[in-house]
Design a protein around this ligand. Sequence first.
Ligand code: PMP
Ligand code: GLN
Length: 382
Amino acid sequence: LLASDGTLGVTIFEEMTTLAVRTGAINLGQGFPDEDGPAEIKAAAQAAIAQGSNQYAPGKGIPELRQAIAAHQQRFYGLAPDPDTEIIVTTGATEAIAASLMALVGPGDEVLTFEPFYDSYGAIIGLSGATHVTAPLLAPDFMPDLAALEDAFSSRTKAVLINNPHNPTGAVFPAEVLQRVVDLARQHGALIITDEVYEHLTFGVRHIPVATLPGAAERTVTISSAGKTFSFTGWKVGWLSGPEHLVSAIRTVKQFLTYSSGTPFQSAIATGLGLPDSFYEDIAITLGKKRDILSGGLRAAGLDVFTPRGTYFVNVDTSPLGISDSVELARRLPALVGVAAIPVPVFCHPEGAERTRSLLRFAFCKKTEVLEEAAARLATLR
Ligand code: PMP
Ligand code: GLN
């Protein structure tokens, strides 16, 4: 939680967004869309406010949203969580991750994640007092080294924290990889916490929820969020589902983190979850086209592009330009060409940071014209 100089750190997203604003650069760092989600969801939030849905929601979330989450799980994955006992609404996936770790792990336990890992994982594992153990994802496709994954498990592994589709790499894990994780977790008596916030943002591959795999459901907490699916990252509506004994422990912690989450936004997201299949198909197709535009621009700029199968993000190797320190490059890039990006080593412990030293992550969840302008600016790097 401390920056290398010993001061209290700000997240890399905040640092790069501040830098982008100061330099007037196109911000392809922090992952948020530059267009709002569906008008009917916005109208539903406005209607909820107008109708007086403005006081505390029940701690576990309004019934309407819990039912909509259960119906969504059933429609897309054939899962049937009980909306009363097996689902809670959270203040974004961030709170779901924090409450899950605080409830389920502590000092003496190990929590295993892939590396690179989303930044809040390291911070919250640290706050929980558990030890963070990692298994590497390897370029070019960012699949785990399965032998290293197996070695990373121990008798102290209390939980495996998976993220699929994966930020920052854009990897979408196939059934064999996920089943290996489930089997290893079972052998070691470990829980699985799975962050699937990009569940609907995959390109040409199907997202497989860990909880649907044999042997997984009874040990798995599944986390998702409305931010990415509906392009309302600022609303901070998230949720989790899993077996009752795990969900009720997490709910106890959630009571004292935020107690409850924004009432009118919950009602609006219940509307969103009911949108037809065509909405979900369209968002993936639209985002896939954006991925292709930015990837083409990055390739034309002379960078090695690792084509992502999901998420908002594409990673590049900057070594072909003779630049091997992506942290240094990310700090200079806004002033140099007017584009901001996130260095991948910040999602790693020191050994992983060395392995990903020349990798940079760009967000493509932006308007086509913005991506084209970014591509034109990046071309001047060559
Ligand atoms: N997990 C991952 C992998 C993310 O990329 C993000 C942020 N986009 C979050 C969790 C946090 O989601 P939320 O904004 O719903 O808290
Ligand atoms: N999840 C977003 C990303 O990876 C940022 C969220 C944040 O700013 N914490 O870019």
